[in-house]
Every structure is written in structure tokens, then in C-alpha cells.
Write a protein that binds this ligand. Structure first.
Ligand SMILES: *Cc1c(COP(=O)(O)O)cnc(C)c1O
Length: 433
């Protein structure tokens, strides 16, 4: 008689896990307030007071800047737009090189490509999965202009070491903190650790407004350029007057503007962030203790002096102890568990690895981005062979396990079921061999 669900046994649990829904009456009222005002967006793409957006947008930006301790906060319609505007504002030019993690959401790297720059993938740290400073150093050339660090899974990057390296080589540090709102290094918030940081407000993040992003910086010049790129730069600059032709670099503008409705929702969500993080961290702590009792699972490490906010909860799998590959074991755990309500009705929130190392995507393998002739890769000799970032590949294909069973809304009893599913598979592992 088989016991494991993957072999036809009974599932440990069939009742779905509770939903993670951060939207409530506050957001309803905020949206109604905007609808009743009739002003759903007041942005104007000309040199006018409304160039900076409407009252909700401006209030959100001011509240965000205060909360995170930044001089400027600039809202955009996604973190992807935020990354693109940031690379543009840094003056990155065709053929320049931008060092970026291979283990991140795709936009961290395409931000370089859209300005004709070449993403150079560096490897990650074995314990924290953020960019490894030694790997970055080995990739710096005379063409390097910026490092895009990612606070992956909610863990802040190695700010002291990477900032010092960037300073030595005169590089921008662009912090993709889409997964880490509220994370800290020392007494500073993630997002404010480099020259410029980008948060995401998409549906899947800690807090959201459906879609949205926020850029923070203390640099007045970068902030001004980002506001221009957000809102039709080229149509606005003539009215402001150009003193120096270099001011035109990357000033082809876009429309990356956030609406008043999203801004009103995001203001409510920001107020909820501290409480949501407290619950998420307590849940993660509970699960980390329980799951690390399973012999083949290693608990998460948190960087010294850092606060991790766990967008996902990463764990490492030891296949020599389990006697089988990670994927076999995790497939068996997944078979024991139900999906989660609302966001992922058909998905068990447990995975092996995260996203495939970015350089293995066809875009990089074929070196085809814009047009037929391979621009911008045609400006560079760089290639993206398999094995380029060995730690990233080892983590993704063999060792890393990620789950989201620590979202607020999960009770201790729910989390006990998760731990029991791992335990059941461990106890009956002979069935899988
Ligand atoms: C979600 C995410 C983004 C993109 O955010 P959008 O707001 O959806 O554009 C960028 N980088 C990372 C690391 C992300 O997780």
C-alpha cells in the first residue's frame, strides 16, 4: 500500500489554503473618492504644474519618500518602467555594459537592453542569492557603467562591499527592490542603499495597486530626468530651455504615468505595510523552524545587520541526505498539499528553483533583441554560454526550494499542515527511490 499522494495515497490536505488579500474597505473608499472627483489622472505632457501629476500621485510620492527616508519618490506605472527610466536617467548609452544578476525577474536585465546597453551577468552568493561582489569585480571593464543589484526574495544586497566597489570604479548602483519593500540594512531601508531604488506595486508583491512602481533617490538630477522620461521628455524640454546639448541624452520620453486611482490605492497599501510585514515575518520564522527539522532542508540565512522581508521563503535542499534529486522530493510534497485561494486557485505555492537563469533565455542565446541585425548585441563580443554563472545554475537546477506558505492569512494550523507534508514525504521517502 502506497502512502504518498504522488503514488496514489491520500493527500495530507485537500481544503485550500486561505487567500492573501490586502485590499479592504480603505481601498474601496479611496477609489470612490477619486471616482467622485472625476479626476482620474491630471498629468499633462507639457511644461505646466500638472506635469507632475494629480493630488493622489503627489501625496503618494511624498508619503513614500517620508516612509523610506528618501529625498525623492517618483511614481510610475510599473517597476519595469521604473527600471527603464532609471537606466535612461543614468545616461547609459549603446554599447555600455551593465552588470546584473542572472537570478531575477527578466526586466532587471532588459532595462539595459532598451537603451542599447549590454547586460553582463554576474553570479550570486550561495547563502543569500544576491549578486556576489567578487563575481561583479571580475566582470568590470572599461565599458561598465552601472550595477543593477536585486534584493532578491526580500534580502538586501551586500551594500557595503558592492557600494565600495562601485565607488572605486565610478559606477551607478541601481537597486531593484521590487521584492523587498521594508527590508533594511543597518538603519536604512532597501531601495535607498544604492544611488537609486525601484519598488513594484504589481498584484503579486507585498503591497500592490494592481500595477505600479515607485523610484526613490536622493539625487536631484536623476530625479528630474526620471520625471522627464516618465512624461514625454522631448515635448517638455524646449519649454524649459536647454543649456547644454548633453541634457538631451536619453530624453526620448515615454508615458509611464500612474493614474490617481492606483495612487489612492497605493497610499492605503503603504499604511498597511508594517503590519503585513510583522505577520509575514512571524509566519516565516515559524515555518523556518519547523521545516529545518526535516533533515534534507537547510534553513534560510539572513545577512548580518539585515532585515529580510521574504517575498518568497527560500530553502536549500540536500539531495545526498534525501537520496534523491530535489525535484522528485518536492513534487511529492506538492502532491500532498492544496492550492491557495484567490490568487493561485490551481497552484500549490511550492517550487524548485525560481526563474531560469536569464542568460539561458532565447533572447540572449540567439543575441536577438531589436530588429534583424542583433542590436544591441552586435555592438559587443559578449556571449552567454551555459555555465556562465555556476552558483546560479546549481541553485536553480539542483538546490533551491521556494514557497509562499508564509503569507499573512495562513494560520499556525495551516502551516503545520505544510510542515507535516514535508515530514510525511521524508518518512516515506523509500517509496520514491
Ligand atoms: C516584480 C519584479 C519586477 C517588475 O515589477 P513590475 O511592477 O511587474 O514591472 C522587477 N524586478 C523584480 C526583481 C521583480 O520581482
Amino acid at each position: 500500500m502506497n502512502k504518498l499522494a504522488i503514488n496514489g495515497g491520500l493527500k495530507l490536505r485537500t481544503i485550500p489554503f486561505p487567500a492573501y488579500n490586502t485590499i479592504g474597505i480603505e481601498e474601496e473608499e479611496a477609489v470612490l473618492r477619486v471616482l467622485r472627483s472625476g479626476k482620474l489622472s491630471t498629468f499633462l505632457g507639457t511644461w505646466h504644474d500638472d506635469f507632475y501629476g494629480g493630488p493622489e500621485v503627489r501625496a503618494l510620492e511624498s508619503e513614500w519618500a517620508t516612509y523610506f527616508g528618501a529625498k525623492h519618490a517618483i511614481s510610475v506605472n510599473s517597476a519595469t518602467s521604473g527600471l527603464y527610466a532609471t537606466v535612461g536617467a543614468c545616461g547609459i548609452s549603446p554599447g555600455d555594459e551593465v552588470i546584473v544578476s542572472a537570478y531575477t525577474m527578466s526586466a532587471s536585465a532588459t532595462a539595459a537592453l532598451v537603451y542599447g546597453a549590454i547586460p553582463i551577468f554576474a553570479d550570486i552568493e550561495e547563502d543569500y542569492y544576491c549578486l556576489d561582489v567578487k563575481s561583479i569585480e571580475s566582470k568590470i571593464t572599461a565599458r561598465t557603467k552601472a550595477i543593477i543589484v536585486v534584493d532578491i526574495f526580500g534580502q538586501p544586497y551586500d551594500a557595503p562591499a558592492i557600494n565600495a566597489l562601485a565607488k572605486k570604479h565610478n559606477l551607478f548602483v541601481i537597486e531593484d527592490t521590487a521584492q523587498a519593500p521594508g527590508a533594511m540594512f543597518g538603519d536604512k531601508f532597501a531601495g535607498t542603499l544604492g544611488n537609486i531604488g525601484i519598488y513594484s506595486l504589481n498584484y503579486h508583491k507585498h503591497i500592490h495597486s494592481g500595477e505600479g512602481g515607485i523610484i526613490v533617490t536622493d539625487d536631484d538630477v536623476l530625479a528630474d530626468k526620471i520625471r522627464l522620461i516618465r512624461n514625454h521628455a522631448e515635448a517638455v524640454l524646449s519649454a524649459r530651455g536647454i543649456k547644454d546639448k548633453s541634457e538631451l541624452i536619453n530624453m526620448v520620453g515615454y508615458n509611464y504615468r500612474m493614474t490617481e486611482i492606483e495612487a489612492a490605492i497605493a497610499r492605503c497599501q503603504l499604511k498597511k505595510l508594517p503590519d503585513l510585514l510583522t505577520q509575514r515575518l512571524a509566519n516565516t520564522h515559524y515555518l523556518n523552524e519547523k521545516l529545518s527539522q526535516i533533515p534534507c532542508i537547510k534553513a534560510t540565512k539572513i545577512r548580518h545587520n539585515a532585515k529580510h522581508v521574504f517575498y518568497v521563503h527560500p530553502l536549500q535542499f540536500d539531495s545526498s541526505l534525501a537520496g534523491m534529486h530535489r525535484n522528485r522530493f518536492i513534487d511529492a510534497v506538492k502532491a500532498e498539499l492544496p492550492p491557495t485561494l484567490l490568487r493561485e486557485e490551481s497552484t500549490v505555492l511550492l517550487s524548485y528553483g525560481y526563474v531560469k537563469p536569464l542568460y539561458l533565455q532565447p533572447l540572449y542565446q540567439e543575441r536577438i533583441a531589436f530588429g534583424r541585425d542583433g542590436y544591441p548585441f552586435s555592438l559587443s563580443d559578449v556571449t552567454y554560454p551555459a555555465g556562465l554563472c555556476p552558483v546560479t545554475e546549481e541553485m536553480h537546477f539542483h538546490r533551491l526550494v521556494t514557497h509562499e506558505f508564509m503569507r499573512p492569512g495562513m494560520t499556525k494550523a495551516d502551516m503545520d499542515d505544510v510542515a507535516d507534508a514535508f515530514q510525511k514525504v521524508w518518512d516515506n521517502r523509500e517509496e520514491l527511490l
